[in-house]
Every structure is written in C-alpha cells, then in structure tokens.
Design a protein around this ligand. Sequence first.
Ligand code: NAD
Length: 358
Amino acid sequence: MNKHIAVLAGDGIGPEITAGAVEVLRAVADRFSHTFTFEPLLMGGCAIDACGEPLPAHTVERCLSSDSVLLGAVGGPKWDTLPGDKRPEKGLLGIRKAMGLYSNIRPAKLWKALADASPLRRELVAGGVEIVVVRELTGGIYFGERGKGSDAVMGETAWDTEKYSEREIERITRIACELARRRSGRIISVDKANVLESSRLWRKTVHAYAGKYYPDVTVTDMLVDNAAMQIVKDPAQFDVLLTSNLFGDILSDEAAQVTGSIGMLASSSLGDTTCGLYEPIHGSAPDIAGRDIANPIATILAAAMMLRDSFGMQKEYAAVEHAVEETLAEGWRTADIFSEGTKQIGCREMARRIAEHI
Ligand code: NAD
C-alpha cells in the first residue's frame, strides 16, 4: 500500500520523538512492502516563529489531503506569554476542528516489563491491564453554553452546560463498537444517569445504536463515580470504556496513571474519515528537549495505532507492539522508565532498537 503521512513534529522533544516514530514506520514499510511518504509540516511554536501563526493554512490543507497525520507535541515557555488565540496549543484545537475529529482514543496499557511502574499493588495488575478509553471530543460541557452573572445574596455566579444530541452520541458509539469488535467485544459505557438528563439520553442512545448496528457487542453501564473507583480497584475488568468529553478527560488520566509512565501512552483522534491524528498523550517536555533522553515509545505506539486504525494494517500494528515488548524485555530503558538492573539508552537508540525488531 502507498500512504502519505503528514508529520507535525512541533516543539520541544517533538522533533526527536517523531523522528523515532518515522524510523519505525520506515522499518514497517520495508518488512511489509508498503511505501510510506512523510511530509513535514509546521504547527505550534515553530509555526509561530516561522510564519507568525500556530496553524498555517498550508498545514491544514496538506493534513486534509494526507492519508493520516502524526503529531509530536506543541508548546513551551518561549510562547507562554502570547495571548490565548496566538498560543501553540491553539494550533492543536484548530487542526482537530479542521479535520472534524470527534473521538479520542487512549489505550492505557501496562507493559509486562514495566509492571513495577504501576502505583497499584502487583496482584491487582498481575493479569495485565489495557483500558482503552473512547472519549467524545467535540461536545458536552466544554462546548456547551456558558455564562457568568451575579446574585444579590450569593454573589458571583457562573455556569457551563452539558448538552448532547443523539447524533453526537451515536457517532462516538460507532467508534467504540468498531474498536470493541476488534478486541473483546465488550464496552463499558460511563455516565451519571441517576442524576443527569444528558446522561439518561447518553445511556438510551448508546444502547439503541449498539443494539441495532452492533448486536455482537455487549454494552454495560457504569456510573462515573463507580468507574473512578473501579479503575484503581480492579482495572483488569475494563477493555473499551466509552465516555463523554468531561468524564473521559478525567478517567483517561486516571487510567493512564495506573500504567506508570507518561512516556509510554499514545492516543488517536478520529472523525468520519480514516484520516486521523495520532500523538503521544504527553506534552513537549521542554525540560528535557534536545538532550536525546526523551522516551519515543508513546509516539511509536501512536504511529502503530495509525497503521491499524487509519490504514487497516492489523499485522503491522502487532509487529510494532511486539517490537516494543521485545525491546523492553531485553532490558533497554529511557531515563523516565529506568529502574535498577535495566540498561539506560537515549531516544535515538531506543527508536533504532525497536525498528530493528520489526
Ligand atoms: P509534559 O507532558 O510536556 O511534561 C511533563 C513531565 O513529563 C516533564 O517532566 C517531562 O520531562 C516528562 N515527559 C513528558 N514526555 C516525556 C517523554 N516522552 N519522555 C520522558 N519524559 C517525558 O507536560 P508539561 O510540562 O505540563 O507541558 C510542557 C509543554 O507541553 C507546555 O507548553 C504544554 O502546554 C505543552 N503540552 C502540549 C500537549 C500537546 O501538544 N498535545 C499536551 C500537553 C502539554
């Protein structure tokens, strides 16, 4: 297959970690006889420096005509004093919007070799943990009506509105069902239906849609307060976790923490087409940028998700995952996941070793 991939390296460690992911993708192309071409594009602080804006129109246009987009991370102290709409992060929101990405998928996997990195007791995670949070990304309280006022008795007031439509819930349910089909066939859908009207619509719509179009997928419901507790009590019970924007924001960070290191976790954002945005969940880590010590694995796993979810390359995805597993099993570690008895290497060397295992 021929695939054209837009690469938004961004700022800080962005260029180092995306270079590592591109090296691994080249190894995949060699082994499985694909042709991948890579187009570097500007977004974030580097785009502000080069053309005065965080998301140049050329970047948007080229991303939209690519097969998929790989992103490093954006931002850093150099641009922190700029006004809100001129900041690097604005580029990120802009590209998500331009690409119509309404779902965010974040797998939180505990790698066997890193079991000790989990803050949970060993027996709770001994059987392995992989929670895939499917979070609705463009609706709910972050985008609902909001306002401020004042009350003579109570003082200042402020409000935000949680609002969802059937169509918004159906399309994120479809993404979760497609994913569940390729995995355990089970979804846990999180809401607060005992209190919130919007959650009652969420629950009703998820069941109606999944029941009609994905009868082979089992959906069970869990209240968000219980879900927050269960993730630390018995994380192995989860596979695909379907959530609204707000609940997903919180639960995906909790699930990520169960697995230990931020440098290991990838995420993808998808909309109605197969052209998605794939990135690590961490930021640009300016404190370690340019020193060849960043962990490239989150970005390499993001590239693997691109192979599977945008290009339908299941075997290629598995090859990358296996290569990461092997490299860790041999004891190679970047500084953030280093522990007594393992061998420390830099970002470039980690990517090279993973690519060699493909
Ligand atoms: P961060 O995720 O960049 O860093 C938090 C800590 O984790 C730091 O100590 C960092 O060194 C470490 N870390 C992160 N990624 C690592 C990796 N791959 N390997 C080893 N260590 C790693 O979060 P922050 O410090 O809060 O933010 C720094 C900048 O990144 C800010 O400008 C912020 O706005 C931006 N940011 C961007 C994104 C994005 O582009 N998607 C996301 C979050 C933060």
